[in-house]
Design a protein around this ligand. Structure first.
Ligand code: ADP
Length: 168
């Protein structure tokens, strides 16, 4: 049944424990969850699509009802392709609301019958974003506990000593 399959789209650049929190909640609500990693030609990602895909795959290995894929173009077209009618999005602080609301309304306009379901993460991850992870890691800060272990390795390779880490 199409309703039992949900798509969780995002840049996942990189995947964080906030994303994983939303994935865990989604997979308890839906039979199948498809993680759709967006390949957006308009945005230059920090990590290329292949690396983001590997990191997401590794992080969700063992979650039997979660699959990982990439997509380009309109999200509603991708939902058709997946035979799904539910979009999962995570909502954190109030700042997410306006953008997410606009996107949900636009997607509903483009394809009636598609619903966006918003889930809230645990408060531990409420202020966590991929961008913040990059900022902290690039300055030599420790993001252990905020990203899956594989992403810690990716960040260490990307920012070998932190861009401007000072000696203590
Ligand atoms: P996008 O570029 O589509 O916003 P992201 O990977 O940044 O891609 O986010 C994908 C989805 O995951 C969004 O709905 C975002 O609000 C949600 N998300 C990201 N980080 C968190 C977090 N720490 N807690 C809950 N939801 C999150």
């Amino acid at each position: 049944m199409a309703d039992k399959r949900a798509v969780y789209p995002g840049s996942f650049d990189p995947i964080t424990n906030g994303h994983l929190d939303i994935i865990e909640r989604s997979r308890r609500l839906f039979d199948e969850v498809v993680l759709g990693i967006l390949e957006n030609p308009e945005k230059v990602p920090v990590f290329p699509i292949a690396q983001r895909l590997d990191a997401v795959r590794e992080a969700v290995a063992g979650m039997d009802n979660v699959s990982v894929d990439t997509f380009k173009g309109l999200l509603v077209d991708y939902l058709d392709h997946q035979n799904a009618r539910v979009i999962i999005r995570g909502i954190r602080a109030v700042s997410d609301f306006e953008y997410e609301f606009q996107m949900a309304m636009m997607n509903r306009r483009l394809r009636s019958g598609i619903e966006t379901v918003f889930l809230m993460p645990s408060e531990t991850y409420f202020f966590l974003s991929s961008q913040l992870v990059h900022e902290v890691a690039s300055l030599g800060g420790d993001v252990t506990g905020l990203v899956p272990p594989g992403v810690l390795g990716m960040l260490a390779r990307k920012y070998p000593r932190g861009r401007s880490r000072r000696k203590r």
